[in-house]
Design a protein around this ligand. Structure first.
Ligand code: FMN
Length: 231
């Protein structure tokens, strides 16, 4: 039986989740990471296929991967040699999606004092992705290439569960598609076989409450804007 306080706790874990882009160095115990992943793996998946594979990086392994990706990202010629393996975004942007995308981008850069002409500032901020925004834990998620679109749906549920389970432990996250561009660099250090495709990364740790970028609260459409009820 679910009690009202359980409902409130679950709702709070969901609604308090935000993408956090600056973390404190405070470590996350391995047992906590394992508990979060165990809870998250209760996600539903078509015919219980459980398509997720997770590589957890901390300490030197995380720093080593970050340094490798940063080196490629900061070198324009090398960066060109890296491309995403799957299309996260549409090739043709339309309303209302393009407006929402622009708004979150400029809201974030606005907080950080980066204006539209400041290409170096944007590059520097984007590169923070590859340091996992200084989080003590970097997660890399892969999926077997044989899996189809349905399994990617399952994957989203797993990722959301991780983020909500983290909130339930007063931890924060940022899901990161930015890593997909550098899948060729990622696979070797985590020894991911060629049969696996990088889905995304995720930062996990304790939010830095003083970082201005963490004050970003994104908007959502009201239920009436995306729902129709039929009696
Ligand atoms: C799969 C996925 C990938 C994302 N990739 C990135 C990323 O690479 N870098 C980043 O700063 N934010 C990334 N985000 C965060 C989104 O920008 C964010 O979820 C959105 O703006 C809504 O804000 P909120 O998460 O704070 O509610 C990603 C989100 C998802 C779900």
């Amino acid at each position: 039986m679910i009690k009202p306080e359980d409902t409130a706790a679950v709702d709070a874990a969901i609604t308090s989740r935000r993408s956090i882009r600056a973390f404190l160095p405070a470590p996350v115990p391995r047992a906590t990471i394992e508990a979060i992943l165990a809870v998250a793996a209760r996600a539903a998946s078509g015919t219980n296929t459980q398509p997720w594979r997770v590589y957890v990086l901390t300490g030197e392994s995380k720093l080593g991967l970050s340094a490798k990706i940063r080196a490629a990202y900061d070198d324009p010629a090398e960066r060109q040699r890296h491309a995403e393996e799957y299309a996260y975004y549409p090739t043709e942007w339309r309303s209302p999606f393009i407006e929402r995308r622009r708004k979150v981008g400029w809201d974030l850069y606005g907080l950080l004092g980066i204006d539209k002409s400041d290409k170096a500032g944007m590059h520097a901020q984007h590169s923070r992705n590859y340091d996992f925004f200084d989080a003590p834990v970097g997660l890399i998620f892969t999926i077997d290439r044989v899996m189809q679109q349905g399994s990617w749906l399952d994957y989203g549920m797993f990722l959301q569960n991780i983020m909500v389970a983290a909130r339930a432990r007063d931890l924060d996250t940022c899901p990161q598609a930015a890593f997909t561009q550098f899948h060729k660099i990622i696979s070797a250090p985590v020894a991911a076989p060629e049969s696996e495709m990088v889905v995304c990364g995720m930062s996990l740790g304790h939010a830095d409450p003083r970082a201005v970028e963490n004050s970003l609260v994104t908007e959502r459409e009201p239920v009436a804007a995306f729902t129709r009820f039929f009696d």
